[in-house]
Ligand binder design. Structure first.
Ligand SMILES: NC(=O)c1ccc[n+]([C@@H]2O[C@H](COP(=O)([O-])OP(=O)(O)OC[C@H]3O[C@@H](n4cnc5c(N)ncnc54)[C@H](OP(=O)(O)O)[C@@H]3O)[C@@H](O)[C@H]2O)c1
Length: 300
């Protein structure tokens, strides 16, 4: 555990439940099913839930909010993360004529207000700017985040999918605390493009989306490149008696800077597999065996 990293944040659970696939973009859980899943996550120590305003075409936050009310789970026992900034044309947003980003004050404030209303809460534990916009203006963003903080609507702020330079731009004006990036055995970029290094340098919480590559590890047999990687990874898994799921989580959890996987399954047994991986460990050599299998070549 990096020095004091948890002390600086609301205590997020090490395994975070990603809610993107719970609603109409995935499992289409009913209110009762969602309430059960929320309770099961909490019973298993997974108390942090990752949302975005756009999930389900702007419908999943509200479904989760209703399910949370129906469950016996108390708001103060969980942590809610959400994101804003992507404007996605869909049935609920006919005013958007093109997919685009908006990081203006007006948009961020309106989006947070809607998220709070949908989630039936009066604060978010963490708000992330979902994607870096080529038109973002750091001073306006910083001023907006400060206002949201002073209003008590958001406790901490971060970014998502920002490269180090983009994150530095925001950090130059506001003390953000997290960067949520994609990483998995099929997406190794953050280990090499400076994103995780940048989190360490700035003591940002590294949240990891799509830890199982969005399921591509399991059902993309028609893609020969992925299939080859999978076969090489399975050879390593067989050697150490790991499942592919287990190896995927162990690979991320091994990093000494303490990465926080945002798990996308809508099934409690699969979510629990991420938690179970916390009880196991890898050696550095095994980590490099997985890296070599994932890339198909040895390190230089
Ligand atoms: N910041 C961003 O830009 C961004 C982007 C994307 C996602 N996210 C966040 O990250 C979270 C996780 O993303 P993700 O959903 O791509 O994560 P993931 O955990 O890599 O993938 C989850 C998908 O894999 C499937 N899956 C899991 N285990 C499986 C198995 N053994 N066999 C077959 N399929 C399996 C799941 O299906 P089942 O539901 O059937 O288990 C689900 O469809 C999201 O919920 C969201 O909160 C953030």
């Amino acid at each position: 555990m990096p020095k004091d990293i948890q002390g600086r944040f609301p205590s997020f659970s090490r395994i975070i439940a990603g809610v993107m696939n719970w609603g109409t973009w995935g499992a289409k859980l009913s209110k009762a099913e969602m309430a059960t899943l929320i309770s099961q996550c909490v019973e298993n120590g997974i108390t942090t839930f990752d949302h975005a305003d756009i999930y389900g075409g702007y419908t999943t936050e509200a479904e989760f909010g209703k399910a949370l009310k129906q469950s016996a789970v108390k708001r103060e026992k969980i942590q809610l993360i959400s994101k804003c900034g992507i404007c996605y044309p869909c049935k609920d947003r006919p005013e958007y004529t093109i997919k685009h980003y908006n990081t203006s004050r007006d948009h961020i404030i309106k989006s947070v207000d809607r998220t709070l209303q949908n989630l039936k809460t009066d604060y978010l534990d963490l708000l992330l700017l979902h994607r870096p916009s080529p038109l973002m203006f750091a001073e306006e963003i910083a001023d907006t985040l400060q206002s949201l903080k002073e209003m008590g609507k958001v406790r901490s702020f971060g970014v998502s999918n920002f490269n180090p330079g983009q994150a530095d731009l925001i950090l130059s004006k506001y003390p953000i605390v997290a960067n949520q990036v994609e990483a998995s055995l099929l997406h190794l970029d953050p280990f090499f493009n400076g994103c995780i290094d940048h989190c360490q340098c700035n003591e940002l919480l590294p949240l990891i989306w799509s830890p199982l590559a969005g399921g591509k590890l399991f059902h993309d047999q028609d893609n020969p490149e992925i299939e080859n990687k999978k076969q090489r990874l399975l050879a390593v898994c067989n050697k150490y008696d790991w499942t592919l799921t287990e190896a995927s989580y162990l690979f991320l959890l091994h990093h000494p800077y303490t990465l926080y996987p945002v798990v996308g399954s809508s099934k409690i047994d699969r979510i629990k597999m991420a938690k179970a991986a916390l009880d196991k460990s890898l050696t550095d050599s095994q980590w490099f065996e997985l890296l070599e299998a994932a890339r198909g070549y040895k390190v230089a």
